[in-house]
Design a protein around this ligand. Structure first.
Ligand code: PRP
Length: 176
């Protein structure tokens, strides 16, 4: 079996420059006070770290875990919470930080769960968006890059838990 090849889709430089732009846009959009950045484990951890530091706003960080079943194969929307937030978000400006929006199943579920906790505002920032794959419509306020429907790894994204620590986002070729 040949080793999968990596082709750089988005370089570290492109990613970091875009995150600075997103940070400036978010700073301009939000009123004074803390923004609660909520990252979805595990893929969003690097985007959270870089986006938080791109902001001039005070940022509070929290993490949520979600697992989905039949992902990529079914659109059943069967999702469950595996790790809840530590912080209360009632009355807070909440920005969900996600690495990639694919079918939209994960975010549809999460936005429903978070909205019930009465945040003051609730929006989404996603580094990557694969619009061709969408099954459930999701309103993403801040998108880093729209990408084609190719299997990508790096900058948090994995293939069987590998490649998350690559600095670039790469297409994994020959993995199937
Ligand atoms: C990936 C990604 C998103 C979700 C997007 O997470 O990080 O959370 O899938 O897919 P969707 O739009 O089709 O729901 P994954 O479940 O692979 O977990 P991971 O972040 O721990 O790798």
């Amino acid at each position: 079996m040949s080793k999968p090849a990596l082709r750089v889709l988005l370089s570290e430089k492109q990613i970091q420059e875009r995150i600075l732009e997103l940070g400036a846009q978010i700073d301009a959009d939000y009123p004074e006070g803390p923004i609660y950045l909520i990252a979805i484990l595990k893929g969003a951890c690097f985007f959270l770290a870089d986006l938080a530091r791109a902001l001039k706003h005070q940022a509070r960080l929290d993490f949520i875990g979600i697992s989905s079943y039949g992902k990529g194969k079914s659109s059943s929307g069967e999702v469950k919470l595996t790790k809840d937030l530590d912080l209360s978000i009632e009355g807070a400006h909440v920005l969900v930080v996600e690495d990639i929006v694919d079918s939209g199943v994960t975010l549809t579920y999460l936005m429903h769960v978070l909205a019930q906790r009465k945040p003051r505002t609730l929006k989404i920032a996603a580094l990557l968006d694969k619009p061709e794959r969408r099954v459930k419509p999701v309103a993403v306020s801040y998108v880093g890059f729209q990408i084609p429907d190719e299997f990508v790894v790096g900058y948090g994204l994995d293939y069987a838990e590998d490649y998350r620590n690559l600095r670039d986002v790469c297409v994994l070729e020959g993995s199937t």
